[in-house]
Design a protein around this ligand. Structure first.
Ligand SMILES: NC(=O)c1ccc[n+]([C@@H]2O[C@H](COP(=O)([O-])OP(=O)(O)OC[C@H]3O[C@@H](n4cnc5c(N)ncnc54)[C@H](OP(=O)(O)O)[C@@H]3O)[C@@H](O)[C@H]2O)c1
Length: 182
């Protein structure tokens, strides 16, 4: 492939889709997300704008799915850029799902793409200012070391730390805590 590749998670909507329009001026774009119909509409939209692109369904909270995405991108050509915009806001799920997508998804994306990208490549993780609004006391700085070594332990420790908050505010806290991973 002549063009270098840009992979955009969450490329089916919002900031991911807008980023795809910009990156598509200079790159071949692969957009990812879980909802195939949304990706299909986004691809039509991008192609109308002259972007060379394709969709690859992927759940960033699933390590195997991320591995397949990275492997597919590597086989297509040189992966120069990743914009990791996939994420869940507090209203989109419970605290555990938010941690799985936002925190573990970010660890998985960075780990797998660091393996397939060459020198000079760039991974941009879209975060949230909620990381700065969450008290540093609840930031799981010491827990991230478990995210790849022992994912069950990571989940258990993180979820235990979230359970000290009332259920109604846990998704918001999870959003702030997971934004720290980015
Ligand atoms: N908009 C804001 O005001 C704001 C504020 C702070 C932070 N952010 C963060 O900025 C990023 C982009 O925001 P946005 O407003 O553009 O969001 P958006 O329109 O809701 O887009 C998020 C995208 O992520 C995808 N996604 C969600 N979970 C996923 C998963 N597990 N695997 C793969 N894809 C997944 C969604 O598609 P599927 O559901 O089809 O998978 C969706 O296309 C998000 O990470 C969001 O948390 C946004």
């Amino acid at each position: 492939m002549e063009k270098k590749i840009c992979v955009i998670t969450g490329g089916g909507s919002g900031m991911g889709l807008e980023s795809a329009k910009l990156m598509g001026r200079t790159h071949y774009v692969i957009i990812c997300g879980r909802t195939v119909g949304k990706l299909k509409d986004a691809i039509e939209n991008l192609k109308r704008e002259g972007v060379e692109c394709e969709a690859f369904p992927c759940d960033v909270g699933d390590y195997t799915s991320v591995r397949k995405l990275a492997e597919h991108a590597r086989k297509l050509g040189e992966v120069q850029a990743v914009i990791h915009a996939a994420g869940m806001s507090p209203h989109m799920g419970d605290a555990e799902d938010i941690m799985q997508t936002n925190a573990l998804g970010t660890v998985y994306m960075n780990t797998e793409f660091a393996r397939v990208m060459g020198e000079g490549g760039c991974i941009l993780d879209v975060s949230s200012m909620s990381a700065y609004l969450t008290p540093s006391l609840v930031m799981p700085r010491k827990l991230y070391k478990y995210a790849l070594e022992d994912v069950e332990l990571f989940r258990e420790k993180i979820n235990r730390s979230l359970r000290i908050f009332p259920k109604s505010v846990r998704p918001g806290v999870a959003s702030g805590v997971s934004a720290f991973s980015r």
